[in-house]
Design a protein around this ligand. Structure first.
Ligand SMILES: CC[C@H](C(=O)O)C(=O)SCCNC(=O)CCNC(=O)[C@H](O)C(C)(C)COP(=O)(O)OP(=O)(O)OC[C@H]1O[C@@H](n2cnc3c(N)ncnc32)[C@H](O)[C@@H]1OP(=O)(O)O
Ligand SMILES: [Co+2]
Length: 133
C-alpha cells in the first residue's frame, strides 16, 4: 500500500455536497464521473496530495443507496493506492481477508479497484486502487 488514494464520502445531493466541499476545502471539484457499474456518480477534490471522492447513488440497489439508507451520509471508505492490484489481492487473500470482487474492476478516475469486506478490517470498508497505465 503506497498511500491513501482517496477518502470516499456517501452523500445524498451531489450539487449541494459539491457546493459545501468547494467552500470547505477552498478548491473546486476537478472531475465528476458517473460509474454505471457501481450505480454512482462521483465528484473529486484534490487537497494537497490527497483526494476526496463524493459518491451519490444513481440506482436504488447500489451499495451507496444501501449505505445511505442504513447509516445516512458520511465517510464510506478509505482507498489505498497500490502498485500491482493483482499482487496485493493475492497477498490479502493469503492473509485471510475477504475480497468483495474476485477480479479488479474499473473504478473512477482511471483506476482498477477492489474492495475488502469491512468485517475483516475493523468495520472500515477498504478499497485498493491501481492507476491504469
Ligand atoms: C465508482 C467507483 C469508486 C472508486 O473509488 O472508483 C468507488 O469507491 S465505488 C464505492 C461503492 N461501491 C462499493 O462500496 C462496493 C463494495 N461494497 C460492497 O460490496 C457492499 O457495500 C458491502 C459488502 C460492504 C456491504 O454490503 P451490503 O450493504 O449489501 O450489506 P449489509 O448492509 O448487510 O452490510 C454488511 C455489513 O457491512 C457493513 N457495511 C456496509 N457498508 C459499509 C461501509 N461502507 N463501511 C463499513 N461497514 C459497512 C454493514 O453495516 C453491515 O454490518 P453489520 O454489522 O452486519 O450491520
Ligand atoms: Co472510492
Amino acid at each position: 500500500m503506497n498511500k491513501i488514494e482517496h477518502i470516499g464520502i456517501a452523500i445524498k445531493d451531489m450539487q449541494q455536497a459539491c457546493r459545501t466541499y468547494e467552500k470547505l476545502l477552498g478548491t473546486a471539484c476537478y472531475k465528476t464521473e458517473p460509474v454505471e457499474s457501481e450505480g454512482v456518480s462521483t465528484a473529486f477534490f484534490k487537497v494537497g496530495q490527497n483526494k476526496i471522492e463524493l459518491l451519490a447513488s444513481t440506482r436504488e440497489d447500489s451499495a451507496i443507496a444501501k449505505f445511505l439508507e442504513k447509516k445516512g451520509e458520511g465517510i464510506h471508505h478509505i482507498a489505498f493506492d497500490v502498485e500491482d492490484i493483482y499482487a496485493e489481492m493475492e497477498r490479502l487473500r493469503g492473509e485471510g481477508f475477504t475480497l468483495l470482487n474476485a477480479e479488479p474492476k474499473k473504478g473512477a478516475d482511471n483506476k482498477l479497484i477492489c474492495f475488502v469486506h469491512p468485517k475483516d478490517s475493523n468495520g472500515v470498508l477498504v478499497e485498493l486502487c491501481q492507476e491504469i497505465r
